[in-house]
Design a protein around this ligand. Structure first.
Ligand code: A3P
Length: 295
């Protein structure tokens, strides 16, 4: 019998070292903390729903081009999610340990303080992707509706205060984006990028990524990656759109949902938006970190 969304149980959120988590991301804690990174490993770190899959896809294409893997191995196996552990499914950590590629591309949603120390010791390159809070929240809401290993999201009006209070899996968005932003000041091998910039000019952001990674790719190759990673193409790509994920129910919402900046306007009322913005100013005091919630 193949695994499907019915076979998974929605988890409870609990406090784990000061961060809201679920057991699917903590059960393998010891093994993950002891993970042995290699100097050429590349860590893709994000708050959930900030564009992880998009950037994973871009990096995978930049490194491994048109290999057979791209059309036969799902993105979540090509770029494993380090801390995930689900019943009857190989853990993210074991997937990474078995990766045949070099470099290894590794995904994490950990807040910066949870990253296994080996990544720092090995001085690995890290790409962090951040997305404006409102769109990030909308995307997370729809994701929790359709993903059976996420907590039940409830209705939209109760979701906003929950997000503001930070009672989300992987903790508050505010702490996550700020924690990684601060890390960038002391750790030079961290490239901090924004979902909105990627939407605005994917080619420009791919140039910056190549520069950071020390990759020289022809204009034609970069154009192929830019076009190939367009939302419409990824949505059609059965190896990138999560259609074969056992935990997601696409009847509720697709994984590749809209891919837009500003979809929050279709969800927030004027009053909800005002309340959110007032609280945002209190939580986001570092003026050097600025987000765009429209283009
Ligand atoms: P929406 O729900 O707003 O559509 P993650 O990969 O971190 O889970 O993020 C998922 C979000 O990124 C979803 O946002 C998804 O549609 C969007 N996304 C994925 N690939 C994209 C692409 N090629 N272009 C634009 N957005 C993309």
């Amino acid at each position: 019998m193949s695994l499907g969304p019915d076979q998974f149980t929605r988890p409870e959120i609990f406090d784990f070292h000061g961060v809201s988590m679920t057991h699917y991301f903590t059960d393998n804690w010891e093994n993950v903390q002891n993970f042995q990174a290699r100097p050429d490993d590349i860590l893709i770190a994000t708050y959930p729903k900030a564009g992880t899959t998009w950037v994973s896809y871009i990096l995978d294409q930049l490194y491994f081009g048109q290999m057979e893997r791209q059309t036969s191995v799902p993105i979540f196996d090509r770029v494993p999610f380090l801390e995930i552990i689900l019943p009857s499914v190989i853990s993210g950590k074991d997937l990474v340990d078995n990766l045949p590629t070099s470099p290894r591309l590794i995904k994490t949603h950990y807040p910066v303080q949870f990253v296994p120390k080996s990544f720092w010791e090995q001085n690995c390159r890290i790409v962090y992707v951040a997305r404006n809070a409102k769109d990030n929240m909308v995307s997370y809401f729809h994701f929790e509706r359709m993903n059976m290993v996420q907590p039940e999201p409830g209705d939209w009006s109760s979701y906003i205060p929950r997000f503001m209070e930070g009672n989300m899996v992987f903790g508050p968005w505010y702490d996550h984006v700020n924690g990684w932003w601060k890390k960038k000041q002391t750790y030079p091998k961290l490239h901090y990028m924004f979902y909105e910039d990627l939407v605005e000019d994917t080619g420009r952001e791919i140039d910056k990524l190549c520069c950071f990674l020390g990759l020289s790719r022809s204009d034609e190759e970069k154009r192929r990656v830019t076009d190939g990673s367009h939302f419409d193409n990824m949505k059609k790509d059965g190896m990138a759109n999560y259609s074969i994920s056992p935990v997601m129910d696409f009847k509720i919402s697709p994984f590749m949902r809209k891919g837009k900046v500003g979809d929050w306007k279709n969800h927030f009322s004027v009053a909800q938006s005002q309340l959110f913005d007032e609280d945002y100013k209190k939580q986001m005091t570092d003026v050097t970190l600025q987000f765009r919630s429209e283009l």
